[in-house]
Design a protein around this ligand. Structure first.
Ligand code: SF4
Length: 304
């Protein structure tokens, strides 16, 4: 690094020059993740280090429009974002390197693993690698909210190959008003069917819920958690609604009565929602207390 680097030669950066804030033009969008050189076939991958865990990004951004999510290509601030993928050929080559180097923990970085037909092909290849080389032994990823039939096949493939994977069941809300306000309409029966399948097959899964999304009330939240318990969701993760500065909900912040508190993590730009039109500060705290107390039929975990 030079003592006085010239940031103006870099794309997509903000910097101060003589106390004036400068911005350089955005970097060109990738058309394919193949444009990023593979670390696995470069000198950056040093097999002698015996890595235990690696991540591979197979797909970036999401075609859905959930207003609380920064992965959506359809929100206000990410209008130019495109869905980009890693080719199947490159994905398989990188996975082969991971398996041949005895790497146990493999993160498939993809906001919707299972959404695309090639995800089943990728899963088959991972299962074959496990059977041939004994690795990877553990998979973690984010799962699709659609095409659960494909997701069931993928979960079963990993299970039969002896790969450990805890599958997220991305519910987020079961309240009709909250679904409309967040632009995420879904059918609860699909989640019941997926949970049933995982339970019958002996595959670990956990339901995810976000508290408090606009439209959700304290009562509807308790009802939603109770519905999940009745559907035999053995583990439920409840996440606080993290309000980042590039989500589609930004333009509804005033309308939805959203108030936030800033994250205490150094340099983080995240904010946590502590109030909405339907949820007062007191209700918000009571919702958190409810999560911590609700351990009778399931394990509820509040992440923050
Ligand atoms: S929450 Fe999931 S389905 Fe919705 S936009 Fe984000 S990644 Fe896509």
């Amino acid at each position: 690094m030079r003592a006085k680097p010239d940031y103006s030669k870099l794309k997509g950066v903000c910097f101060y020059k003589s106390n004036v804030l400068m911005m350089t033009p955005n970097e060109e969008q990738f058309k394919s993740l193949d444009e990023v050189p593979s670390p696995f076939s470069s000198r950056f991958f040093d097999a002698s280090k015996n890595y235990a865990a690696v991540d591979l990004e197979t797909s970036r951004n999401c075609p859905f429009s959930c207003l609380y999510c920064c992965a959506s290509t359809d929100n206000m601030t990410a209008k130019e974002s495109k869905l980009v993928k890693l080719s199947l050929e490159r994905t398989k080559a990188d996975i082969l390197t991971i398996a041949k180097n005895n790497i146990q923990y493999f993160g498939i970085i993809n906001p919707n693993f299972g959404l695309f037909p090639e995800d089943l092909e990728i899963a088959k290849f991972i299962a074959e690698c496990k059977q041939t080389y004994g690795f990877p032994t553990h998979i973690f990823t984010s799962t699709t909210r659609k095409h659960f039939d494909r997701l069931k096949k993928i979960a079963q493939l990993f299970h039969h190959a002896g790969i450990t994977a805890g599958w997220e069941i991305p519910v987020q809300t079961l309240d009709d008003t909250a679904m409309i306000k967040t632009n995420r309409i879904q059918n609860f029966n699909d989640y019941i069917s997926l949970t049933d399948f995982m339970n019958k097959e002996g595959i670990d899964s956990y339901a995810e819920y976000i508290w408090p999304l606009p439209g959700e009330t304290l009562d509807s939240f308790k009802t939603g958690i109770a519905k999940l318990c009745r559907a035999n969701a053995h583990v439920i993760f409840v996440y606080p609604f993290t309000f980042t500065n590039n989500i589609g909900m930004e333009k509804h912040k005033l309308e939805y009565g959203i108030e936030t508190t800033v994250s205490e993590t150094p340099y983080s730009e995240d904010e946590f929602v502590i109030k909405t039109n339907e949820v007062s500060y007191a209700d918000n705290l009571n919702g958190c207390r409810f999560v911590l107390a609700e351990t009778s039929c399931t394990v509820c975990v509040l992440y923050s």
